[in-house]
Design a binder for this molecule. Sequence first.
Ligand SMILES: NC(=O)c1ccc[n+]([C@@H]2O[C@H](COP(=O)([O-])OP(=O)(O)OC[C@H]3O[C@@H](n4cnc5c(N)ncnc54)[C@H](OP(=O)(O)O)[C@@H]3O)[C@@H](O)[C@H]2O)c1
Length: 170
Amino acid sequence: MASADSRVTIHMAASLDGYIARRDGSVDWLETSDEFADGEPMDPGVVEAFLKTIDCYVMGSRTYETALGFEAQGLGWSYGDKPTFVLTSRNLPRMRENVEFYAGDLAQLVNGRLRPSFRSIWFVGGGLVSAECLRLGLADEVSYSILPILIGDGVAFFEELDRDVALHLA
Ligand SMILES: NC(=O)c1ccc[n+]([C@@H]2O[C@H](COP(=O)([O-])OP(=O)(O)OC[C@H]3O[C@@H](n4cnc5c(N)ncnc54)[C@H](OP(=O)(O)O)[C@@H]3O)[C@@H](O)[C@H]2O)c1
């Protein structure tokens, strides 16, 4: 039975024109030099405390490959020691104990496996997986960060979504 208070969040950062990566998968544009004068500074202690509230991560294989690429460049692994579920039908390298591969029915994974075990479940991309998650009605919330840049073309936040999904703005 699903945990009554489990919560599935989709979180990514997009350009103002709605892309999460260039068509070649690069995300160099995430580093902007712009400053939001009225914004609050990201205190590392607050970020660290917030990350502790996330219980597990779910991602598509292409996002996983990007994360492995960052790690190979010495930029570290962004998901700490939290259980991380990677959706793939391929045999990808498993670089750490807390990474698990899954192929098949996403609703079965979320409702049958993750919700009963984890409270805060974070889908961290990419576009294909976030669209699949919404299409199947699995997400409780979408956390959509917008960067002040236009990149013209790329992988959409909700890639290949084939129908309307009405949401409530919170
Ligand atoms: N800006 C941001 O915040 C942000 C965040 C995350 C990612 N990104 C970027 O987004 C890009 C990746 O997004 P994407 O939409 O191309 O790909 P993705 O969503 O990361 O991965 C899609 C792949 O996951 C596998 N998959 C999905 N559902 C599955 C299922 N139910 N069972 C088995 N396998 C499944 C399939 O690959 P297989 O062939 O392996 O089966 C599918 O092609 C990367 O460039 C990444 O850097 C940006």
